[in-house]
Design a protein around this ligand. Structure first.
Ligand code: NAD
Length: 260
């Protein structure tokens, strides 16, 4: 369905981003893998994705907390592949603390990686998409882009910001064949959530099982984690032609969390 489209997925060396990269490659898209991690493991991933799906897969390790590196990431992807047709702003980090103790440098880091990087990437990618007359921009946000939880002020603020950015960009591009949407998952079991289980377990002196059931999944009416593949399937749909009229939407995939 996405044969020969070029997709850049930020933060695709792990978790949801890796699932998105796999799903797009399966649909025939060439992929720029991006993010941090063990170089040997990333090279193994890059090769296996390319060989399994017969697509070109490259890798870039730009630090998206830095505006100039985000701009260069878009430029390098365009130069390497000739285009960026699909941009998924997925890289993200989490930090949990009461607001009065929230380390200011952690606040800034989260705004830079989540919100500011999305802006810089979109700003750099739109001219090429306009020239080529087609594009898909997805911001991998969170249910926390729609509702809040205590102790996540930086993350919730940045994720709400991404939803606002999504709407503005969609309106500005509405008369083109470029759409911009936000995907808002509830809890997906990835390294980002595993770290939260670990830290909450230590902070509250609870077993991992109790943290999962009484803290994490308490927000999710279905009482189960969302699978990476479910998020990836929604992303693939939004990248296809049948989704051409869906733009400016913030779509929950959250087991009913935001229905409360
Ligand atoms: P993860 O920790 O598994 O992956 C995060 C990715 O971002 C990694 O590839 C990492 O290398 C990359 N990254 C982090 N900081 C970076 C930086 N400065 N520069 C470049 N790359 C950087 O996390 P995940 O759970 O897969 O999360 C992916 C996205 O989904 C995030 O935006 C997160 O907020 C969002 N999300 C996650 C969940 C969940 O439950 N896991 C729920 C809703 C939204």
């Amino acid at each position: 369905m996405l044969k020969n489209r070029v997709a850049l997925v930020t933060g695709s060396t792990s978790g949801i981003g890796l699932g998105l990269a796999r799903a797009l490659a399966r649909e025939g898209a060439h992929v720029m893998l991006h993010g941090f991690g063990d170089p040997t493991e990333i090279e193994r991933l890059r090769r296996s994705l390319a060989e399994e799906h017969g697509v070109t897969v490259r890798y870039n390790h730009a630090d998206v907390s830095k505006a100039d590196q985000v701009t260069r990431l878009i430029r390098d992807t365009e130069e390497g592949f000739g285009a960026v047709d699909i941009l998924i702003n997925n890289a993200g980090v989490q930090f949990v603390s009461p607001v009065e103790d929230f380390p200011s440098e952690r606040w800034s880091e989260i705004q830079n990686i989540v919100l500011n990087a999305s802006f810089h990437a979109i700003k750099a990618v739109v001219p090429g998409m306009k020239r080529r007359g087609w594009g898909r921009i997805l911001n991998l946000v969170s249910a926390h882009g729609l509702v809040a939880s205590p102790f996540k002020s930086a993350y919730v603020a940045a994720k709400h910001g991404q939803v606002g950015l999504t709407k503005c960009v969609a309106l500005e591009l509405a008369e083109t064949a470029i759409t911009c949407n936000a995907i808002c998952p509830g809890y997906v079991r990835t390294p980002l959530v595993e770290n939260q289980i670990e830290s909450q377990s230590k902070a509250h002196g609870l077993s991992r099982e109790r943290v999962i059931n009484e803290v994490i999944l308490a927000a999710q009416p279905t009482k189960r984690f969302i699978e990476v593949e479910e998020v990836a399937a929604l992303a693939v749909f939004l990248c296809g032609e049948p989704a051409r009229s869906i733009t400016g939407a913030a779509i929950p995939i959250d087991g009913g969390w935001t229905a409360r």
